[in-house]
Design a protein around this ligand. Structure first.
Ligand SMILES: [Zn+2]
Length: 391
């Protein structure tokens, strides 16, 4: 598949296209003032040409994605994402297709043929519709200016991009993606361009552009809690989008005197039914430093939610550093008194009590778990712990 595109790509030199295109972007600084005009709809390039070859490659990736078990098929979510993207894309709406993909990392990407991927890790991290609009608008900006085509024309980046497009396992190939980072990075100029367009599109659609910078501030908080080193190695979005600090400041400046629709309850209503699964996937990443920052934020926003409190407790129990276990126990006990108390909190308490040699307490906790969830997938396993404890 890649070989075919490679052959097609080698037929033309790309530098000239890039320069000609740059010249057309002269008025970039004025985007935030709302006088940016979107280009006309992209027509499907001739299949015999190099760009046509790339589109064909992306079409095949899209076919694979449609059949993938990682594609989230929930029609409510898909309609919500599609209509938001449509609103932002304006007359380009018929050319943009949004696919939510179950992968617990913060990422959205846009292929040159109009296929947009939104990973579920992003959905767990943005807080409202305006923040989501900021990310989608940014990606649509890359699409409108055909940045990825330019990037794909770099011989080295081509195969890496094809790899990135393929959905992967829940735990993710984060390390491998980090290694691809250098190959995939957009230029700073492309990033600025996409940010300006994103702000212009979300403002036009009525969303509050001041939310855009908050997305990056939150992600930075999360990544800075992780082990020291390059955050790009742990985040696809950072790896492919350099200069986050600078961009955050620029986004704040662009949006400073504006306001608009934030849509927190509207967004939360969409994500709510998926929240448990998203948090489960998040813990499977085993990046507990980052997950705890994220879950702190969720617990603060919804202090009455027992399930979120349990997830944060689990992250602490699994990390088990410093006073983590003590704080995990506090979260589990609180979780059981709040709304949506999860029976899993009994199991978690049981694990800790068992570890501490408190056999009776552990047996009582495991029993409570099994009483509440007799058909749990791990009921057999917990039953065997229980039998052990009672001997
Ligand atoms: Zn970008």
């Amino acid at each position: 598949m890649a070989a075919r595109a490679n052959t097609a790509l080698s037929r033309r030199r790309w530098l000239q296209w890039g320069c000609a295109h740059c010249a057309a972007l002269g008025g970039a600084a004025a985007y935030a003032q709302g006088d940016w005009v979107a280009p006309p709809r992209h027509t499907r390039p001739d299949l015999a040409g190099d760009e046509g070859g790339l589109w064909a490659l992306m079409d095949r990736e899209e076919t694979k994605l449609r059949r993938s078990s990682f594609l989230v098929r929930d029609p409510t979510l898909r309609n919500y994402l599609s209509s938001l993207a449509c609103k932002l894309a304006g007359e380009h709406c018929p050319d943009v297709r949004v696919y939510p993909v179950r992968t617990p990392l913060f990422n959205a990407s846009m292929a040159p043929n109009g296929m947009m991927q939104v990973w579920t890790g992003l959905l767990l991290r943005v807080e409202n519709e305006a923040q989501l609009a900021a990310v989608l608008g940014h990606e649509i900006g890359h699409y409108l200016q055909r940045h990825s085509i330019e990037r794909l024309r770099d011989a080295q980046a081509r195969s890496a991009f094809a790899t990135l497009l393929a959905p992967f396992g829940i735990v993710g190939l984060v390390g491998q993606l980090g290694a691809l980072a250098g190959l995939l990075a957009y230029s700073r100029e492309h990033e600025r361009e996409a940010d300006r367009i994103g702000i212009a599109l979300m403002t036009k659609a009525g969303h509050d552009p001041r939310e855009a910078a908050k997305v990056w501030a939150n992600i930075r908080d999360e990544l800075s809690a992780g082990p020291a080193g390059d955050p790009a190695k742990r985040s696809v979005m950072f790896a492919t989008h350099p200069g986050i600090e600078e961009r955050q400041v620029l986004l704040e400046q662009m949006a400073a005197d504006k306001s608009g629709f934030v849509g927190e309850s509207e967004y939360q209503a969409i994500v709510e039914p998926m929240l448990w699964d998203l948090c489960e996937d998040e813990l499977k990443r085993a990046q507990y430093d980052e997950s705890i920052v994220l879950l702190d934020r969720h617990c603060e926003k919804r202090p009455r939610r027992g399930d979120l409190r349990w997830f944060r407790g689990e992250a602490r129990r699994l990390r088990a550093q410093g006073d983590d276990i003590e704080r995990a126990v506090a979260d589990f006990n609180a979780a059981l008194t709040l709304d949506k108390p999860p029976a899993q909190a009994h199991r978690s308490l049981g694990f800790i009590q068992r570890e501490q040699g408190r056999k009776e307490d552990a047996a009582a906790s495991f029993s409570r778990y099994l009483e509440a969830l007799p058909a749990a997938p791990d009921a057999g396993l917990v039953q065997s712990y229980l039998s052990e404890l009672k001997t």
